[in-house]
Ligand binder design. Structure first.
Ligand code: B12
Length: 216
């Protein structure tokens, strides 16, 4: 029996939760071969899977090793999807420096945002995880970037973002370089707390916010 798109997405979600990397890789190829749009694979299977993993982690049903397996499975799927997430054939002038703030090494959300931004044609410079506030500013200045995008998956590292905005202000760069924030440790309220310019709830929203900030 030929699998329907819904069956592939359901299976993919389940295998990401279970952390079955090889099966996830195969199912992601199946999804692409079945003409399921790459972003639908992300939003209908991968992200909901990680949400369930998060709930199980919170309920102490899953522990760090299980979460890591799911995270690896998600990353494998993202590698397969990466070339298919390129939605535009043109390059935009807006340069974005992106990374996860210091003391945090949780990268999946940031990777997804970086992939979507480069897929939308922005020039993205990914600094990785555990990035010192000064490094965001140094690299943005060096490259002439218009936007610094900072991920903070944990709420207790969010305050470091203020060091970025403070330094930009001290160097009179606050109006030239905009700061976009996101990740599970942030909310729309964090924007005021750390004096950022915008918050993105998810990767699609991040594309929209970068478009808006880049045209200001
Ligand atoms: C996977 C995971 C891990 C993995 C990370 C693997 C990896 N390579 O990245 C591992 C096991 C390593 C891990 C470790 C820890 N984790 Co963890 N982890 C998670 C989990 C379950 C899922 C996160 C995820 O990848 N989601 C999938 C992605 C796609 O979603 P997302 O991150 O929300 O990203 C979206 C948006 O937030 C936004 N976004 C994300 N980043 C960015 C960046 C920018 C610039 C923008 C604009 C937008 C944006 O767009 C994304 C796409 O839509 C969450 C639970 C949860 N509910 O989020 C906990 C969670 C983030 N972890 C948490 C904690 C506490 C930890 C540990 C301290 C646990 C421990 N006791 O050791 C360590 C910290 C290690 C460290 N110092 O970094 C807490 C944070 C609590 C808090 N509010 O501060 C959470 C929320 C779980 C919980 N409720 O307790 N974790």
């Amino acid at each position: 029996m030929r699998k329907t798109s819904q069956m592939i997405l359901d299976e993919l979600k389940e295998h990401v939760i279970q952390g079955n990397i090889e099966v996830v890789e195969k199912l992601t190829h199946d999804a692409i071969n079945n003409q399921i749009p790459a972003y639908s694979v992300v939003s209908l299977a991968l992200v909901p899977a990680m949400r369930i993993v998060g709930t199980r982690f919170e309920e102490r049903d899953f522990f760090v090793p299980e979460v890591l397996m799911s995270a690896e499975a998600m990353k494998t799927a993202m590698e397969v999807l990466h070339p298919h997430l390129k939605v535009s054939g043109f390059t935009r002038r807006t340069k974005v420096v992106i990374g996860v703030i210091r003391e945090c090494s949780q990268e999946i959300g940031k990777d997804l945002v970086a992939t979507m931004l480069s897929g939308a044609g922005f020039e993205v410079h990914d600094l990785g995880v555990n990035v010192h506030p000064d490094r965001f500013v140094d690299v943005a200045k060096e490259l002439g970037a218009q936007i610094i995008a900072v991920g903070s998956p944990m709420d207790y590292t969010t305050h470091y973002i203020r060091e970025i905005t403070e330094r930009l202000r001290a160097e009179n760069l606050r109006s030239k370089i905009k700061v976009l924030i996101g990740g599970a440790g942030t909310s729309s309220q964090t924007v005021d707390e750390v004096n950022a310019d915008a918050w993105a709830e998810n990767a699609l929203d991040a594309v929209k916010k970068v478009e808006e900030l880049g045209s200001e």
